[in-house]
Design a binder for this molecule. Structure first.
Ligand code: HMG
Length: 387
């Protein structure tokens, strides 16, 4: 029985910062951000977009094309949690009018959260082949104004439907996982912005990639040349480029070219949206589907990394007709709808979004009709509305 990704939806908020503007404001050479980091733009979430609202909006991209009664599981991966107790997934369940019998909860391990949710969903669907599962990753990456991590911020969500006989990517059995208790990146309860040992985090990422990729190939008796694409968690696109360079080292020209081209395709959305933590790897997948021109059957290797740290490598094969399940024109229109912020406007939006809203004061959204947003708290209960 094949189980895998049947639907995929991306949402990103309606504001962005241009990296050339940011570089000028921070007295940096723009090429450091454009080439050295590999980012052109980053999406910015204002006070009305949080992990929940972005997760609803990402799922709205396909909810009308699925049988809602079959959804037996809804798992939400995030490190931008809005409550220490109640799961973000319950707000989503209500907004999407899923049945009360759905099993639903939130998971956390930094950027690994959506992969954790996906693997839980894969196993659930194998045991309950007549049911489906929704998995959501939704995050706002915040390091703070004028920090080295600032250029690697972003905001957005990916939602996926997992089922038998999937229409997009059939997941292969097995995986290679590796974990270590380290402090490369973390966010204590009293901080709204992440703390990071930046250079160390990039080295650990590459070490975990090398280990899990090699272990996977050994376990499955595969060679690098057997993969048609390798895609990565992208905190910034240069990070994936470095991992891809390790992967193609010592490979023949044909393999190197193939894996460089597919990496180029997979990084395009990330270059404009920025880091969306849990959802970043799956935005790479969507970008590959939209811009990679890969034939059905192609073997795609996926590297998931979550600081703290957890790495996992696994693979899947593209399903015939997967192109029918994606909408590159609509996704481009979503990026194009974003309003460019001046650096002063961005700093204002950033600082406002860090503050708790005044209880009882309703927030309004300036996004398009149909968008879900956080409308403030009433009696300290979060309110979500559709515009
Ligand atoms: P930095 O100190 O500003 O940058 O921090 P740098 O001085 O190392 O420069 C970056 C690159 O730009 C270098 O290239 C420079 O040579 C180049 P590299 O040596 O790396 O190839 N450069 C230029 N290139 C062209 N023209 C120029 C120029 N000037 C310099 N004029 C750092 C960079 C990534 C450390 C920082 O932004 C940071 O701390 N970011 C946040 C942490 C992060 O993203 N870590 C990634 C791995 S951990 C991870 O992926 C998990 C995560 O997503 C969280 C989670 O799991 O939840 C973060």
């Amino acid at each position: 029985m094949q189980v895998g990704i049947d639907k995929i939806g991306l949402f990103t908020p309606n504001k962005y910062v241009d990296m050339v503007d940011l570089a000028h404001a921070r007295n940096q050479d723009p090429n450091k951000f454009l080439i050295g980091i590999g980012q052109s733009e980053m999406s910015v979430a204002d006070q009305t977009q949080d992990a929940v609202s972005m997760g609803i909006n990402a799922t709205m991209k396909y909810i009308d094309r699925i049988d809602k009664d079959k959804v037996g599981l809804l798992v939400f991966g995030t490190e931008s949690g809005i409550d220490q107790s109640k799961s973000a997934s319950l707000f989503v369940k209500t907004a999407l009018k899923l049945k009360p019998e759905v099993r639903t909860f939130e998971v956390k391990e930094a950027c690994f959260g959506l992969t954790a949710a996906l693997m839980i969903a894969r196993d659930f669907v194998r045991v309950h082949p007549h049911q489906t599962a929704i998995v959501i990753g939704s995050d706002i990456a915040r390091y703070g104004i004028n920090t080295p991590g600032e250029v690697t911020q972003g905001a957005g969500s990916i939602s996926m439907l997992i089922k038998t006989d999937p229409s997009i990517l059939a997941l292969n059995d097995g995986h290679s996982a590796y974990s270590e208790d380290i402090n490369d990146f973390w966010r204590p309860n009293d901080s709204r912005v992440a703390m990071v040992d930046g250079k160390y985090s990039t080295q650990v990422y590459l070490d975990f990639f090398t280990k899990t990729f090699n272990d996977y190939k050994k376990e499955k008796n595969l060679a690098t040349k057997d993969f048609d694409a390798l895609i990565y968690h992208l905190p910034f696109t240069k990070m994936g480029l470095k991992a891809n360079r390790i992967a193609v080292e010592d490979q023949d020209e044909k393999t190197t070219e193939k894996l460089q081209n597919s990496f180029e395709a997979s990084k395009q959305l990330s270059r404009h949206v920025g880091n969306i933590y849990t959802a970043s790897l799956y935005m790479s997948l969507l970008s590959l589907l939209e811009k990679g021109n890969l034939p059905a059957g192609s073997l795609v290797g996926l590297f998931s990394y979550g600081s703290g740290a957890m790495g996992e490598f696994y693979s899947g094969n593209l399903v015939p007709g997967y192109e029918k399940e994606i909408n590159p024109v609509a996704d481009q229109a979503m990026l194009d709808r974003r309003q460019k912020l001046t650096i002063a406007e961005y700093e204002d939006v950033f600082n406002t979004a860090l503050k708790d809203p005044v209880d009882g004061k309703e927030l309004t959204s300036d996004d398009a009709a149909g968008t879900w947003y956080f409308a403030g708290t009433q009696g300290h209960i979060r309110q979500y509305k559709q515009k």
